[in-house]
Design a protein around this ligand. Structure first.
Ligand code: GCV
Length: 673
């Protein structure tokens, strides 16, 4: 069996009796009794049974106490927004669609379970992002690319799996406002190509229906090269035979799966085929699919992760960081309306710290989705604790200087939320961290990233700390209120660990934005020069004098891809923020940072500190013994043990490597192995 994470209703919240009355009745006005409304009722029932052992009666009039779903004509709520307010002893959910009722129901339950619902509650929430999506990198053999929490719960032995867990998953992600999910790996290989063929299409259709009950649109990753295997024997996007083939294919797919949201495509990247093979550009490829899917109302999500993965080490001009902008910025405005470009947060690949991709603010006439990764590929494999929401907040807040219009919100959040350009659409996607482990996310605390991603994608103004507090209260419920021996509330202790975890992880791993000092391909544990000597070349350029890649005007020129003040800031080593200095500049070990420390002393200090902080986190966690659920306590204890070993290894290897490279001693005289 598996856990229910933050929607487990077996643990009564504080003051819970005060809310019992809401669960006595449900009144529905103006909605047809569709599957989605039934799902919302089902959720209330589940909560009522779990929390109070009762079942809400469906009543034909507004009850004296209970919950009421009221269909609203208020256009400002849009398709997904809702109002929750309390009058007398009734909690009202007002919304224009049944999907919005689902989101509101989960919100109401969260308010109740955190004792936040009061007689004065009157909140209206409309999501900031039209698309709030999770991408699975699940393969049909059951493995998950970059998966750290078991195998896939969608696929096994080259077949689809549909069972109770599928519904529990839909429930889990709908509870935090997710409205789209792509179930298979963007590297579409072997049997996965057949997801859109007779072999699997009926099961695909059933899956879309399960998700639809929770208001979620299902997507598939598509094999761009598919028509090569058929009559056109080509995937040239401008070849009329290929275009025709796709039109027929889309007709066939949508006849069988009318509820499909559309397709996610990785083309011309890391060995995947794409339009470049035929001398065409990325817009040619995306628009061909967009045209074919348009009659069915589907969308094409086209990834911008296109780069040359085999750069020669002697080539100092080619720069992987430049690639996205180089390939896509000149195509701005050429993509069809039903194409959305999916852009990774940074120009490289989900490192613990990177600058924001210059495509945000570089593209002015194109729909954009921000892609982040909660699968902890480079941030500790869900062994190490790394609460990523504070990092995502920084990315969203980045000012792109896209235009000079003071009226438009040109931060990343504004661009993807459609507020920078009238008529645009977009959203946020996370490569998900879920698998078939008992607790879904490997490390129990990694579930805070899944929860947090959903909440943040819904409301980008939420503080990372508030999200973590909410998650902690919902997950540990009554236990969060207990006190440790030294008088700290258990929930506060967990919150403190979460909030400190990303800065700590950054400290003991790759400093000052350099990234990539991980073991090659596996990406867990240190290997300072691993990628320096790999065919998959991604360089850090360390020598006896300094390290970092020169990306200013004298170097690869990457810094020039940014607008106005950002271009100026990143081009100049003196103006570049410390945390990104090695990303942008080849920097001497003796260079003095804004912090007043030299680069080398910063490396020594942060690595020692990072390791110490992990030991402290591990010790703090032990204070929860006997206070929280035993399974969860043991799960995280075991993870901290491994994290401590990992942090020790990082600290020793990184410090020793740089000590030997530059010969400069640690000012504090600590032992460097
Ligand atoms: C799915 C990185 C990962 C790959 C991943 C790729 C991508 O390179 O290491 O596993 O492939 O990103 O985002 O497509």
């Amino acid at each position: 069996m598996w856990t229910q994470c933050w929607i487990d209703y077996s643990n009564l919240p504080k003051n819970s009796q005060a809310y019992a009355g809401y669960f006595s009745a449900l009144y529905v006005d103006g909605f047809k009794k569709d599957e989605v409304i039934s799902t919302a009722y089902g959720e209330l029932k589940k909560a009522a049974e779990g929390l109070y052992g009762c079942t809400p009666e469906v009543e034909l009039e507004v009850p004296e106490s209970g919950i009421a779903f009221i269909r609203s004509e208020d256009e400002s709520l849009g398709k997904e927004g809702y109002r929750i307010h309390v009058k007398d002893n009734v909690a009202f959910i007002e919304a224009a669609t049944s999907a919005a009722v689902i989101y509101a129901t989960f919100r109401l339950l969260a308010l109740i379970r955190t004792s936040a619902l009061t007689p004065d509650t009157d909140i209206t929430e409309v999501p900031d992002n039209p698309i709030r999506m999770l991408d699975h990198w699940d393969n049909m053999d059951g493995s998950i690319e970059r998966g750290y929490s078991g195998n896939s719960f969608f696929f096994e032995d080259n077949d689809l799996v549909i069972n109770e867990r599928t519904t529990d998953y839909a429930r889990l992600i709908a509870s935090v406002g997710i409205n789209a999910v792509a179930i298979n790996n963007v590297n579409v290989k072997d049997a996965a190509t057949d997801l859109v063929n007779d072999r699997f299409i009926a099961k695909v259709s059933r899956l879309t229906e399960i998700f639809a009950c929770y208001g979620i649109k299902m997507f598939l990753s598509l094999n761009y090269a598919m028509p090569i295997e058929y009559e056109p024997a080509s995937a040239d996007p401008l070849d009329p035979a290929v275009r025709e083939w796709w039109k027929h294919k889309m007709d066939e797919i949508y006849r069988a799966v009318p509820g499909l949201g559309g397709f996610l495509v990785k083309a011309d990247s890391e060995g995947r085929p794409g339009p470049f093979t035929y001398g065409r550009n990325q817009a040619d490829g995306a628009n061909m699919l967009a045209e074919a899917i348009k009659p069915h109302g589907g969308i094409i999500i086209w990834r911008c992760f296109v780069y040359n993965c085999q750069q020669d080490w002697r080539d100092l001009k080619t720069d992987r960081a430049r690639a996205g902008y180089d390939y896509f910025s000149s195509l701005d405005g050429e993509f069809a309306d039903n194409v959305i470009l999916q852009i990774k947060n940074g120009p490289m690949d989900f490192q613990p710290r990177e600058p924001v991709s210059p495509l945000f603010g570089g593209l002015r006439k194109t729909n954009q989705i921000l892609e982040v990764q909660i699968a902890q590929e480079y941030t500790g494999h869900q062994i190490d604790l790394c609460y990523l929401i504070p990092w995502f907040k920084q990315i969203l807040a980045f000012e792109t200087y896209m235009n000079n219009d003071p009226e438009s919100d040109t931060t990343v959040a504004g661009i993807i939320g459609g507020r920078a350009r009238k008529g645009s659409t977009g959203g946020m996607v996370a490569v998900t961290n879920t698998g078939n482990d008992e607790n879904w996310t490997g490390n129990d605390l990694a579930a805070a990233n899944l929860y947090g991603f959903g909440r943040l994608a819904w409301d980008t103004s939420l503080a990372a700390e508030d999200i973590a507090r909410e998650w902690t209260s919902l997950t540990y419920a009554g236990d969060a209120e207990k006190q440790t021996a030294d008088g700290e509330r258990a929930g506060d202790l967990i919150l403190r660990l979460l909030m400190g975890s990303w800065p700590t992880y950054e400290k003991y791993t790759a400093p000052l934005g350099i990234g990539w000092m991980v073991k090659v391909h596996d990406h867990y544990g240190p290997s300072v020069e691993g990628y320096e000597y790999d065919r998959w070349g991604t360089y850090i350029r360390a020598d006896w004098e300094g390290l970092g890649v020169e990306r200013g005007p004298e170097g690869t020129g990457f810094a020039l891809q940014y607008n106005g003040p950002n271009k100026e800031m990143f081009s100049d080593i003196e103006k570049t923020p410390d945390e990104l200095i090695l990303f942008f500049h080849k920097t001497k070990y003796t260079h003095v940072l804004h912090s007043g420390k030299t680069v080398i002393q910063h490396i020594y200090d942060t690595h020692f500190e990072g390791y110490d902080e992990v030991l402290k986190m591990q010790k703090d966690w032990q204070k929860l013994k006997g206070l929280i659920d035993e399974r969860s306590f043991a799960n995280v204890s075991e993870r901290f043990e491994r994290q401590a070993a990992n942090a020790r290894e990082w600290c020793d290897i990184v410090n020793s490597y740089f000590h030997r490279r530059c010969g400069i001693d640690d000012e504090k005289g600590r032992t460097i192995y």
